[in-house]
Design a protein around this ligand. Structure first.
Ligand code: FES
Ligand code: FES
Length: 165
């Protein structure tokens, strides 16, 4: 309709040419217009991290950004990270470490952790915990979530060591 604005956006490697109302958040675009419901709506106010996605490899709360402002961006949602039978190593680590209970926070936790790892800021377990503090888990699975992320970081570091040797 008349208010809709053209938006070109790449999501999980697929290029979309959309018309989007200017007040629609990226989260609502993903969930309601595109049916990508892996990204969750917890608070819709930037306070829980359930809606975290990656934009050009940086993590953001998709409930806080208007979709039209992301024209030209590349977005990765949990659907683009991995799928049953083809899990990303971080997803595999979440399974191995029992890092979820209800699972509602998990897509956001995983996208956020991917952003964290890409940022390269967290070197210690405490730093991982601190830099993941924007992602709440009502089930209180924090210890296991941190275990899973630290495990993946250590395995990556070990793999680099082997390549250097
Ligand atoms: Fe976006 Fe809670 S739904 S931060
Ligand atoms: Fe239930 Fe985190 S696993 S909210």
């Amino acid at each position: 309709h008349p208010a809709a604005v053209p938006v070109a956006i790449t999501i999980n490697g697929r290029a979309y040419e959309l018309r989007v109302d200017p007040w629609v958040t990226l989260l609502d675009l993903l969930r309601e217009q595109l049916g990508l419901t892996g990204s969750k709506k917890g608070c819709d106010h930037g306070q829980c991290g359930a809606c975290t996605v990656l934009i050009d490899d940086k993590r953001i709360n998709s409930c806080l950004v208007l979709a039209v402002t992301k024209h030209g961006s590349a977005v990765t949602t949990i659907e683009g990270v991995g799928a049953p039978g083809d899990l990303h190593p971080l997803q595999q680590a979440f399974v191995e470490h029992d890092a979820f209970q209800c699972g509602y926070c998990t897509p956001g936790q995983i996208c956020s952790a991917l952003g964290l790892i890409a940022e390269g800021q967290a070197k210690t377990r405490d730093e991982v915990r601190e830099l993941m503090s924007g992602n709440l888990c009502r089930c209180g699975a924090y210890t296991n979530i941190t275990d899973a992320i630290v495990d993946v970081m250590e395995r990556a570091a070990a793999a680099c060591g082997r390549e250097d040797a």
